[in-house]
Every structure is written in structure tokens, then in C-alpha cells.
Write a protein that binds this ligand. Structure first.
Ligand code: SF4
Length: 452
């Protein structure tokens, strides 16, 4: 019988992209995807360590899967991702003796060899391994949008963050490999590319000689954006997540090239200089404000998103107020707000006390969320009467009524400003770029009609 896998992916887009690589690897040795864990011979959890809750969930999942082993002794359970990556002394692994495969993500290339060791009756041990996991082409589920990893790991060591410990130091892919992957995607009909990296705009090409002689940029990330803009068929391009200190003039300039989204996600984390210093973010409130002004001068209608942590060690009410003030000044289009959660092994856990009470954190989170919703609603109103360009991702029958109008079904996708947009349409529009005239705007979604 064909062996089957079931992968559970927690956390960020990088993990999702990595899981698609694992799927491709398993397919190459004859595995098929199982509908549920009950039908699987291999269950893999690609973990996230950003929050304690995400790690706790893994222990619970493993306990449940271990029960399945009673009925299926050949069942293999695997853990990868941030949790396995940062567990240098195997503290977590020891708590989960049922786990058979436990590996940091870059070791995924060994999966075929390990499976051969567990099932020697089915697999040969001398399987050819791919040297670098980033060269495994992901088994992408979407047909028009693709995430392309250009870098892994991080050198920044923000004091609250586990990533440099879980994923190691920054490692950049070859320009040659990145462009080849994107050209192949364009040939297959993909039109939208999201470049992924932990500090994606610090990208430094190991093979800069591969940039074309007409490329006007010296900065490697700006130069990469320019090269991708030259690829026929790629009409929508964006990247996540940049670090403010690498957002230089050339990168800002390259964002005005035709394929680029009219959106930038630029994590700020706090609006107070002392907190930024303790977070080791390497910029000040003033630097960030100056930068966003510069970006808006070059790209006046750009939508800007951010990440903010409230209740970081030692954060006073006044310091938090400065975050709200910065938020009002920048008028972000979206922010992903998180309550600070101390993570073992990080610099902040060693140096500072997690001394803001949970109650206070919740209060600050609510205040920030309220402000965000107020500003987003106001900013979204400005789209009424305008036309946005939407890549249709899905079709939802009878999603919503507008006024008295009963709609047959809604097409849903993101505009170039990353505004979720819906309009009445048909399933046949999935994968197409449609101009949508906006008639209504809420906090979370714009609603309009197709402009013919
Ligand atoms: S830049 Fe900071 S927050 Fe982002 S991955 Fe690196 S250490 Fe973590």
C-alpha cells in the first residue's frame, strides 16, 4: 500500500513554505497525502516557538498521536521547525519519547534516509539526498501565488526573539537559483511572488556577478527586486518581513517598479526608545518616523502594516502611550499586535523580568487594537469610489448581502494594497486579476463590483 503522510503546520508563512518542501520530498519517495492523521503512516508537526501556547499545543498533539501508535505500530511521528531547531539540549524531545523523527528544518533533506532506516523492507538506504533543502521545489498548493524563500535565519538577535536560535544565522540563497525558480513559476502561470526572509531586505547575494549589467542598483535586495521585475508574467511582487535598518533609498526606489505591491509590512514593535533599545531593535522612534515619511514621499499612496509587542519587560504606561502616539502619526493600515510573552533561551529572558502583569498587557493590547480598528476603518473609507486591482483567490457562494441586494456569490482576494476585497462574481474568476470599483468599506474588507 502507498505510504501516506499528514503534516500539521503551525506559525508563519516560512513554515508553510517549508512544509510544502517536505511534501515534495515525501512525494519524491512515493508518499501520498492522507486526508486525516488516522490514515497516515507518517505524521509530521512543523512547529512554531513564537508563543508558549504554540509549543504547548505540540505536546498535546503528540500525546494524541501517540495513542494511534497502539493500532498502527509502524506509524512514525516527526517534529521539525522552530521547536526542534532551538532545543539544543533536547529538553523538549525528552518530554516526547513517542517522537521518532526530531530535526531542525534544514535537516529535512535526510527524511528519505531516516524513513529507510525505520522501514528497511520498503526503502533502500542509499538514497541520493538533495544537498540544500532550499533547492527542493515546494509542492505549492496555490496556482497563481507563490512564496519564494530567499534567505533563512537571522543575525539581528532582537532580545525577545527565538528565531536566531531556532533557525541559525542568516543564510542567503544564490540569485541564480532564486531567479531560476521564479522564471519556472512564471512559465507555469504564476503571477504573484512573495519573497520570504527573516530580514528579507538585508539580502546579500552570494553570487552578485549574476545580476545583469543593466541593473541600476548596487544594493543586492533592490537589485533582486529589479531582476524579478524583468521576468515576463510576474505582475505582482512583494516581500516579508523587512527590517527598518535595511530599508535604504535604493530599496524604496525599487518598490516603485511596476510589479511591486503598493504595500509594505514594516515591523516597528514599540514607539519608545528605551523599549526599542532593550528589544535590541537597532533604530529609534525618530529613525522609524523619518523612514516612513521618506517612504510616503516616494510612494504617496502606499499602505503600511506593522507588528507591535505590548507589555515588553519594564514597559511603563507612558512608554506604551508613545507607541499609540507613533501609531497615530504613521497611520498604519494594519498591525499585528501581540502581548509580550517571555521565551526561554532568549536574551530578554536572561536579562529582564517579565514584569508587566497579564491584566495590564491585555488592557494595552485592547487599547492598541481599538486604535488600529479606528484608523483602519477611516483609511478604508478613502477607497470608496476608487478602483483596486484584485487577484481572485477564492469564490464564496452567498457570502454576504449588500443592502437589500442578495448576492449570488462573492469572489475574494487581496488588492495591491493588501486590502482584502470582495465582489460578486463567479468561480471562473479564481486566479485572475480583476479591477474592482469599491462601493463599501469596513475594517476588514472592501466590497465592490467588477469594473468592466
Ligand atoms: S529581526 Fe529580530 S524579530 Fe525578526 S527574526 Fe530576527 S531576531 Fe527575530
Amino acid at each position: 500500500m502507498t505510504p501516506r503522510y499528514h503534516i500539521i503546520t503551525l506559525g508563519c508563512q516560512m513554515n508553510k513554505s517549508d512544509s510544502e518542501r517536505i511534501e515534495a520530498l515525501l512525494a519524491s519517495i512515493g508518499f501520498e497525502s492522507a486526508q486525516t492523521e488516522l490514515e497516515a503512516d507518517l505524521i509530521l508537526i512543523n512547529t512554531c516557538s513564537v508563543r508558549q501556547r504554540a509549543e504547548d499545543r505540540v505536546f498535546g498533539l503528540v500525546r494524541n498521536f501517540a495513542k494511534l501508535k497502539k493500532n498502527n505500530p509502524r506509524l512514525l511521528i516527526g517534529i521539525t521547525g522552530c521547536m526542534a531547531g532551538r532545543d539544543k539540549d533536547k529538553k523538549f524531545h525528552k518530554k516526547m519519547p513517542e517522537v521518532d523523527l526530531y530535526f531542525p528544518i534544514h535537516d529535512m533533506v535526510n527524511i528519505p534516509r531516516w524513513i529507510a532506516e525505520f522501514w528497511p523492507d520498503r526503502y533502500l538506504k542509499n538514497i541520493d539526498l538533495v544537498p540544500d533543502y532550499l533547492n527542493i521545489t515546494p509542492n505549492r498548493h496555490a496556482k497563481t501565488q507563490a512564496f519564494v524563500t530567499i534567505q533563512t535565519g537571522c543575525n539581528k538577535f532582537c532580545s525577545y526573539c527565538v528565531v536566531p536560535f531556532a533557525r541559525g544565522l542568516e543564510k542567503n540563497r544564490l540569485v541564480k537559483d532564486i531567479l531560476e525558480e521564479i522564471k519556472n513559476l512564471a512559465n507555469q502561470g504564476y503571477i504573484e511572488i512573495t519573497l520570504l526572509g527573516q530580514t528579507v531586505n538585508s539580502y546579500k547575494a552570494p553570487d552578485p556577478e549574476f545580476f545583469s549589467s543593466q541593473n541600476p542598483y548596487k544594493n543586492h535586495f533592490a537589485a533582486l527586486l529589479w531582476e524579478i521585475n524583468q521576468i515576463n508574467g510576474i505582475s505582482r511582487l512583494h516581500f516579508t518581513a523587512p527590517h527598518p535598518i535595511h530599508m535604504n533609498s535604493e530599496v524604496i526606489d525599487a518598490m516603485s517598479l511596476k510589479a511591486h505591491f503598493n504595500f509594505l509590512h514594516l515591523p516597528v514593535q514599540s514607539g519608545n526608545n528605551e523599549i526599542l533599545r532593550r528589544m535590541n531593535r537597532r533604530y529609534s522612534r525618530e529613525d522609524y518616523l523619518l523612514l516612513t515619511e521618506k517612504i510616503k514621499t516616494k510612494l504617496p499612496n502606499i499602505a503600511i502594516g506593522t507588528d507591535i509587542i505590548v507589555g515588553f519587560s519594564g514597559e511603563t504606561k507612558e512608554q506604551f502611550e508613545q507607541t499609540l502616539e507613533l501609531y497615530r502619526q504613521v497611520e498604519f493600515d494594519i498591525s499585528y499586535n501581540a502581548m509580550y510573552c517571555q521565551r526561554s533561551g532568549t536574551l530578554a529572558a536572561k536579562a529582564f523580568k517579565d514584569d508587566v502583569s497579564l491584566e495590564e498587557k491585555k488592557e494595552r493590547w485592547n487599547a492598541l487594537q481599538e486604535l488600529m480598528e479606528e484608523i483602519v476603518f477611516k483609511k478604508n473609507q478613502a477607497y470608496i469610489g476608487k478602483t483596486v486591482s484584485v487577484l481572485v483567490e477564492r469564490y464564496e457562494p452567498n457570502r454576504k448581502k449588500i443592502g437589500d441586494q442578495e448576492l449570488r456569490g462573492m469572489c475574494v482576494g487581496n488588492s495591491r494594497e493588501m486590502k482584502l476585497t470582495q465582489f460578486p462574481g463567479s468561480e471562473s474568476l479564481i486566479g485572475q486579476v480583476v479591477d474592482v470599483f469599491i462601493e463599501d468599506a469596513g475594517i476588514w474588507i472592501l466590497t465592490g463590483r467588477q469594473k468592466l
